[in-house]
Every structure is written in structure tokens, then in C-alpha cells.
Design a binder for this molecule. Structure first.
Ligand SMILES: C[S@@+](CC[C@H](N)C(=O)[O-])C[C@H]1O[C@@H](n2cnc3c(N)ncnc32)[C@H](O)[C@@H]1O
Length: 339
């Protein structure tokens, strides 16, 4: 496994880093006011340091796989074809993103649906925001490019508290709700490593959820619900586990608080919430400048507050107690227990 993991991850690293470098070179340079420089100016970690942090992440995952703690989805021919097509679509879309970024335009989204204002925007200046199938099909490639091929690995660190919980509880069936499923990458790993897991995928974007449904069609016991994380249409105490990856940094603080409260409502006592999202300030101080640079370089309006928010105390107000925290390169996985 070690060798195939090494080959797979190195190819992903080379492929997506090349896309990152080309897109960075292509993009109109970000203007920095050197007379009043932003806090990250002159303090960015070197490429070498970043590479070291990335290697730490991959080495940890290699050990998890070698010890058979979890397995990862196999790369199939259709994945390679999709990746090649993804590259073409990625480059085709780049000029549109660059145009939006240089003009600071982030409301270039169309929908007839009644959706919250905080959501109706081009996060990362992405084309169509979260509101089209085209955007959904590009999403995974863009995220992997941003993280040099490590996005799926960082998400999979949710598996550590998830597997431990399922083993400890030893339930005949486990009910899991995922909030903001997007195109569903992590759900494959959940299903691949568990028996009798009933999954509800939920998202405010119907278009993203449709792509998740297509991607996950070989798995049974998954349902799809188009809803807001802050207004969950589920009964109280109806889930054993709630998960959410890369959603909390994309909502305003007040919505984040409501989502915590809804999670607490739908979890049964003793159930857990696993949150995987960006690192926050001082989780790994050498990466602080990168966290500060991120919302400067792209449209992430709620990120500066997210990286400074005391998530443990906000969750506690809703009856969710933090019991686990682990960094995974630029992300971290937290687990809270319903008390
Ligand atoms: C950055 S993507 C993350 C997708 C996926 N979980 C992943 O790991 O890549 C954020 C997702 O959250 C969804 N989302 C944003 N705000 C939401 C809300 N208030 N309720 C439910 N879903 C939301 C978006 O539609 C999008 O699919």
C-alpha cells in the first residue's frame, strides 16, 4: 500500500501544483499597498516549510492506511478521464475568475430561488457561485489545485474520530447527517469504511447535491436533502453523528452559531459532531500569514472572523463539548460531543 499511496499522492501533488503555478502566473498580480502593508506581508512561509508540513500530513495518512485504520477510494479510469477534462475546464474558466477578481465583482450569480443573501455570491470568485452544475463539476478540481492535491487527504482526517466513535458505540446501524455536502467527496470514504451507515447528505445548493448524488450512486442508504444548515428539517435527537467539511468558514458568525444549535438539536445525547475546516489563527503559527493572505487574495468574506472565532465556546453554548482536535496541514478536524 505504501508504494501505491506514494505514487498516487506524488502524481496528485505534481499535477495540481503545476495547475496552481500556471494559474498564479496567469492571474493579474494582487496589488499590495507597501506603505501600509497587510499583516502577512514579508512573513509568508517558504515553499520548503509548506512542503515539509504537507509531507507530515501525507506521512500520517500513509501510516493510517498501512495500519488498516481506514482505506481510501481506488483511482479508476473514469477518475483519470475526469481529471483530464477537469484540467481543460479549469483553464477555460480561469480568465472569468481573473476578470471577477480584478474588478472585485462577487455578485455575479443568477437564481430564481429564494436563497440567503450571504450565500448569493461568487465565493473564491468562482463562476456561478454554488448555483450551477458547471460550477459543481469544476469545484473538486479547483479545491485540489488550491491545496496542491492534498484536499481529499485533509478531509479524510474526519475519519479518525468517526471510526473511533463507531467502534466504541458498536450500534446495529449508525445515522449520519452531513451538512454542506457539496459534491460529496468525503462521503465515499465514510461509506467505504463503515457497515450499516445511513447517510443524509444536505446542502443549500441543489446543483451541488445533484452532482454528489451522481458521484455516490453506487452506494446504498444515502438520501439527499436540499436545505439550510441553520434550519434543518429533521427531528430532534434523530442522528448519532453529524459531519461538516469546509462549510463553517463560508458562513457569517451568526449563521455558524445557528448551525451549531441545529446540530445540537438533531444529535442524540452522546452523539458527536465532526467539523473539518480551515486551521484558525495560532493552530500552527508558521501558517498564520497564509491564513491572513487567503481572504486578501480571493473572495472569502467570512473567513477573517472564522479564523479568530472561539469555536469551542460557541459550540458549548449549544450543548456541544469539544473533546478532540487535530491539525491536518491547512485544515483541522474537531469533534464535539452532545452533552
Ligand atoms: C466549500 S463547499 C464544501 C463542500 C464539501 N463539504 C467539501 O468538503 O468540499 C461549501 C458547501 O456548503 C454549502 N453551504 C454553504 N452555506 C450553507 C448553509 N448555510 N447550509 C447548507 N449548506 C451550505 C455550499 O452550497 C457548498 O456546497
Amino acid at each position: 500500500m505504501s508504494l501505491s499511496y506514494l505514487i498516487n499522492q506524488s502524481s496528485k501533488f505534481i499535477w495540481y501544483s503545476a495547475h496552481y503555478i500556471i494559474s498564479f502566473k496567469y492571474a493579474t498580480p494582487i496589488k499590495i499597498d507597501k506603505t501600509n502593508p497587510p499583516p502577512f506581508y514579508g512573513k509568508m512561509p517558504t515553499g520548503r516549510k509548506l512542503f515539509f508540513e504537507m509531507m507530515k500530513l501525507l506521512n500520517e495518512e500513509r501510516k493510517l492506511i498501512n495500519s488498516k485504520f481506514y482505506k481510501i477510494p481506488k483511482t479508476e479510469l473514469k477518475d483519470l478521464i475526469n481529471t483530464a477534462k477537469g484540467s481543460f475546464d479549469f483553464f477555460l474558466d480561469l480568465p472569468k475568475i481573473d476578470k471577477r477578481r480584478t474588478s472585485g465583482k462577487f455578485s455575479d450569480v443568477k437564481t430564481k430561488k429564494d436563497l440567503p443573501k450571504y450565500f448569493l455570491r461568487n465565493f473564491h470568485y468562482q463562476t456561478d457561485g454554488y448555483l450551477s452544475e458547471k460550477s459543481a463539476r469544476l469545484y473538486e478540481f479547483q479545491v485540489e489545485t488550491l491545496f496542491s492535491g492534498c484536499a481529499a487527504t485533509m478531509r479524510r482526517f474526519s475519519m479518525i474520530p468517526l471510526i473511533k466513535f463507531i467502534k466504541d458505540e458498536n450500534l446495529p446501524r449508525t445515522k449520519l447527517l452531513d451538512i454542506g455536502t457539496g459534491t460529496g467527496d468525503i462521503i465515499q470514504t465514510y461509506k467505504l469504511n463503515t457497515k450499516n451507515l445511513e447517510v443524509t447528505c444536505s446542502d443549500l445548493s441543489e446543483e451541488y447535491l445533484n452532482v454528489a448524488k451522481e458521484k455516490l450512486r453506487k452506494f446504498s442508504n444515502i438520501k439527499y436533502v436540499n436545505c439550510k444548515g441553520e434550519e434543518l428539517p429533521f427531528d430532534e435527537k434523530s442522528y448519532d453523528i453529524v459531519t461538516s467539511t469546509y462549510v463553517f468558514h463560508e458562513v457569517p458568525s451568526a449563521i455558524r452559531k445557528k448551525i451549531f444549535s441545529e446540530i445540537s438539536r438533531v444529535l442524540r445525547k452522546g452523539g458527536i459532531f465532526i467539523l473539518t475546516d480551515s486551521l484558525q489563527m495560532d493552530d500552527n503559527p508558521i501558517l498564520n500569514p497564509l491564513l491572513e493572505f487567503f481572504p486578501y487574495s480571493t473572495h472569502e468574506p467570512y473567513y477573517p472572523k472564522y479564523i479568530r472565532e472561539d469555536l469551542a465556546s460557541v459550540a458549548k453554548q449549544s450543548g456541544l463539548e469539544l473533546f478532540y482536535s487535530k491539525n491536518a496541514y491547512l485544515s483541522k478536524s474537531l469533534a464535539f460531543r452532545k452533552i
